[in-house]
Design a protein around this ligand. Structure first.
Ligand code: UD1
Length: 423
């Protein structure tokens, strides 16, 4: 178990550079197995989830390494269709290997994926869509065996715009002859990034960013593509990491210049913090945020699929509202178990009441340091923000969760003047 020791109360000031997007990097890394060739994926965040994806690629027989912010991958020697190794249990995104594996090898063996414990996280939509495209799915104990020898293009309607299911189906449909449409697809910017990558690879897919994605697949997809040069692609910056540093400025009454951001995907969060009283200058690729006082409470914020408020920012927003003037409300609609940070925030002096999926955050004038447990990635980041805004010393345990999705989090905070050390 690793721990952060945080002495809160410092006003922070300086520049922080946002890394590449975790949620773009993971499906793009999985999609490299669709076709055996070389790839150079740039602006990849140095985080544990990426390391695990590269380990899975190596277990599959590919070569894959990370150097200087880029992943160098060669998937020509893929030699197994078994992605049921114990690594898959650790990482939810291992499920995204299923579509490309079936596209390339026609068979795949997987286990139910792991990842953050923030809800039941089923994969029924992934399997439903694959079956609609002719995949045979058999469950054998903890394994799922899939084969795709008799595929057919189709129109698929998702009952919910699942990010992972949309990605898996886009990737698999590339190997299915003809036109497949995915209705009610997720519209997240990371799906658009995946589409841009696929188009750069030579595949034919359009509509990402809208609720209908159209894939023009081909049984010979791999043969239609030129292999001469490695595919080079640079991943978009991480909107959730940028939002986390905005929540930090709001929590700690600080002046932070957040660089390398894509503001198109942050307009909702910028608006919320402006309305709460923060000064925000957003020019070119940076956001300069100044907060001198307690922020104002927010009316009900509801997490929803994109373009709604992101569930991945819910915990960090809540941390910044703990010391707001007045009462704020946050409704979590995407995952059913995503309030695990609340008991720890309350230990630090926050006054948050949970009623079903609604958190009622009664602003308090101060928080105090405590011994707290990190239980998931975004909740962990939120607890660190709260600890930095609290009086006194916080010991935050199990910070491994944070390393899954934030690159050099403590270093970035330290460079802004935070008193944070790892033990
Ligand atoms: C992705 C993101 C994660 C983010 C989430 C929602 C990545 C690597 N992770 O996760 O950071 O929090 O989107 O924006 O991109 N569901 C089903 N059946 C399914 C699939 C999902 O019922 O087959 C439900 C889930 O239980 C959940 C909701 O749909 O309640 C959203 O899940 P989904 O959009 O699939 O999230 P992930 O792709 O796992």
């Amino acid at each position: 178990m690793r721990t952060y020791i945080i002495n809160g109360g410092n006003k922070l000031e300086g520049i922080v550079k946002i890394s590449g997007s975790k949620n773009s990097a993971l499906p793009i890394l999985a999609s490299t197995i669709l076709c055996g060739r070389e790839y150079i994926i740039k602006n990849v965040p140095d985080i544990d989830d990426v390391k695990m994806m590269l380990e899975i690629l190596i277990l599959l027989g590919c070569s894959a390494y990370y150097e200087g912010g880029s992943c160098y991958i060669n998937t020509k020697n893929l030699n197994t269709c078994d992605i049921s190794d114990k690594l898959s249990k650790k990482l939810r995104s291992s499920i995204i290997f299923l579509g490309p594996m079936l596209g390339r090898n026609k068979v795949a063996k997987i286990t139910y994926p792991g990842g953050c414990d923030i809800g039941s996280r089923p994969i029924d939509l992934h399997l439903y869509g694959l079956k609609e495209l002719g995949v045979d799915v058999t469950e054998e104990g903890e394994f799922i065996l899939c084969s795709s020898h008799n595929t057919k293009s189709n129109d698929i309607s998702l009952r919910y715009p699942s990010v992972g299911a949309t990605e898996n189906l886009m990737l698999f449909a590339l190997s299915v002859e003809g036109r497949t449409r995915i209705y009610n697809s997720a519209k997240e910017p990371e799906i658009l990034d995946l589409q841009r990558f696929l188009v750069k690879c030579g595949y034919c897919v359009e509509g990402a960013g809208t609720d209908t994605i159209t894939v023009f697949g081909s049984k010979n997809m791999a043969k239609n593509i030129s292999y001469d040069e490695p595919v080079e692609y640079s991943i978009i910056s991480d909107r959730i990491e940028a939002g986390t540093f905005m929540a930090l400025a709001a929590s700690t009454k600080s002046k932070i210049c957040i660089k390398n951001v894509d503001k198109r995907y942050l307009s909702g969060i910028i608006k919320l913090y402006r309305e709460a009283g923060c000064l925000i200058d957003d020019v070119e690729d940076y956001i300069y945020m100044i907060n001198n006082d307690r922020i104002r409470a927010m009316d009900k914020i509801s997490s929803r699929p994109y373009p709604g408020f992101p569930t991945d920012m819910q915990a960090q927003l809540m941390a910044s509202l703990c010391r707001a003037e007045g009462t704020s409300y946050i409704e979590e609609n995407v995952f059913e178990n995503r309030f695990k940070h609340v008991s720890e925030l309350n230990k630090m002096g926050a006054n948050i009441v949970i009623k079903d999926n609604l958190a009622i955050i009664n602003g308090v004038s101060k928080l105090h340091g405590e011994n707290i447990d990190v239980r998931d990635l975004r909740g962990g980041a939120a607890l660190v923000l709260a600890a930095l805004s609290a009086e006194g010393r916080t010991v935050a345990n199990n910070i491994e969760h944070i390393d899954r999705g934030y690159e050099k989090f403590a270093n970035k905070l330290w460079n802004l003047g935070a008193d944070i050390a790892e033990k």
